[in-house]
Design a protein around this ligand. Structure first.
Ligand code: AQP
Length: 324
């Protein structure tokens, strides 16, 4: 059975971009693949944070993942810092990764351009990410489009290590994208992203979701209610494609092109369908939060399974590298 690995940072709440671009796919794929899903807290410490917040967000991320349908009876769901082999393998990969490749990463350039002093962890992030994936020798990585370049680097690292120490030991992991591979923020300017503050939380109460949806940017050509629009350029249309059934999406297209609906009507229909999908997830999160022992058990069991697989990989890696 092929293996999948994917990680998610506890740097903020799980948002609908994370959900549509990655987590919804996890819930599907876990039925067909041996799955490892990781809350990557070591990645989250590369930006300023408060220790107590991080602890709380890590736990809350676990609640959100379980509420979104990850099943600990078939998948290994765990916290990165509880499995020390991640950082061990990352150090090893430091020795085969060219600096120039790291400096070329778009996400590094974006983040570094917004910082006064850039921690080395921001540059080395893709090395730890390669270690996360390859520690489990995963073939497939369900991610959003923003991670495709990093994955290319993971493949390069696998190739370089294999060429030097052990042909074919690490597979070259491939990205597994969803149709909603890149969800834009409601400002329409940039991808929905925790660090941009333009997110809609997966567990956000409906009133607050509507508060954000109502003023969200639509097709700029629709200045007046009677102006026809082009659905493909409208973020709300793309959210319809993610949340609404096909007949509703087809109707949205017609109503937009013919100015049959105003943008507010279109958003109301979207809100209704978002709610249909998100209400059961919100309800499950309340049940899970009320039973902290379940969360503790998933965290403990996940770490134990992950450590077992990870230490087996590290044993072979060290053996092949002449490390005692
Ligand atoms: N807007 C998005 N559309 C589709 N997929 C997305 N992902 C993130 N944003 C979008 C995917 O969600 C998974 C987990 O993301 P992450 O938390 O590990 O990393 P991220 O990409 O850094 O998420 P953010 O919200 O954008 O955080 P910041 O602002 O800290 O960079 C990944 O598979 C990602 O592709």
């Amino acid at each position: 059975m092929s293996r999948i690995f994917s990680g998610i940072q506890p740097s903020g709440e799980l948002h609908i971009g994370n959900y549509l671009g990655a987590v919804k796919n996890y819930a599907e794929l876990q039925r067909s693949y041996e799955s490892f899903f990781c809350i990557v807290d070591y990645h989250a410490i590369t930006i300023p944070y408060e220790p107590e917040d991080l602890r709380a967000r890590t736990r809350e991320m676990m609640v959100s993942l379980l509420a979104a349908g990850l099943d600990p009876s078939t998948s290994t769901i765990f916290v990165q810092s509880m499995v020390p082999q991640h950082t061990e393998l990352a150090w090893i990969f430091n020795s085969v990764t060219p600096l120039g490749e790291l400096e070329r990463q778009t996400q590094y350039k974006d983040k570094a351009s917004r910082m006064e002093s850039v921690p080395a962890g921001i540059l080395n992030y893709p090395i730890l990410q390669a270690a996360d994936i390859l520690l489990y020798r995963a073939d497939l990585v369900p991610v959003g489009e923003d991670q495709v370049q990093h994955l290319e680097l993971s493949r390069e690292i696998a190739r370089r290590w294999n060429a030097r120490f052990g042909a074919e030991f690490f597979p070259e992991p491939q990205a597994k994208l969803t149709p909603a591979r890149r969800i834009m923020g409601l400002d329409g300017n940039a991808k929905m992203s925790k660090s941009m503050g333009n997110t809609v939380g997966l567990l956000e109460p409906p009133d607050s979701v509507w508060e954000k949806l109502r003023p969200a940017v639509t097709d700029p050509a629709r200045v007046r209610r009677t102006d026809p629009g082009t659905p493909e350029v409208c973020n709300i249309y793309h959210l319809h494609r993610a949340f609404s059934p096909p007949d509703v999406v087809a109707n949205v297209e017609t109503q937009c092109r013919t100015a049959g609906w105003g943008c507010i009507e279109c958003k109301k229909v979207l809100f209704e369908h978002m709610n249909k999908e998100l209400a059961p997830i919100r309800a499950r999160s309340v049940e899970i939060r009320a039973r902290p022992e379940i969360v503790d058990q998933v965290i403990g069991d996940g770490a134990a399974t992950a450590r077992r697989v990870a230490s087996e990989t590290m044993r072979e890696v060290k053996e092949r590298m002449g490390l005692v």
